[in-house]
Design a binder for this molecule. Structure first.
Ligand code: ZN
Ligand code: ZN
Length: 115
């Protein structure tokens, strides 16, 4: 039995999970860390497929919660698979693709403040 968790991400710069989605799925997947203000985009990479049916949680979407699109079908119904693996696997609830999470466009804020 696999259990699903809402997507959480740790800042690639400081590791904080205080990460806010700052844009719209129609535009991009830019996120900002609430601790060090690093901004980054989330991407996924297809790594396999989950066989069988899934017990899909019916959770309300929080528009500030971390959001990423499926690498295969571009759905944003992407959850964490609670398997204890590191790095954690993600799963697309629309097409059952197994996904690995990645970061792109990482830009630490510190340099802009001249630290
Ligand atoms: Zn951070
Ligand atoms: Zn998909």
């Amino acid at each position: 039995m696999v259990s699903l968790l809402p997507l959480t991400v740790a800042c690639p710069q400081c590791g904080s999970q205080d990460v806010v989605y700052s844009c719209e799925p129609d535009c991009c997947f830019n996120h900002v860390c609430g601790r060090c203000y690093t901004s980054f985009e989330l991407i996924t990479r297809l790594v396999g497929e989950q066989p069988g049916t899934l017990d899909t949680p019916k959770a309300e979407r929080d528009s500030c919660a971390p959001t990423v699109a499926c690498a295969r079908c571009e759905s944003i119904e992407v959850c964490l698979l609670d398997t204890g693996e590191t790095p954690p696997r993600l799963i697309c609830l629309s097409c059952h693709a197994l996904l690995a999470l990645g970061f792109t466009e990482v830009s630490p804020r510190a340099e802009h403040f001249g630290f």
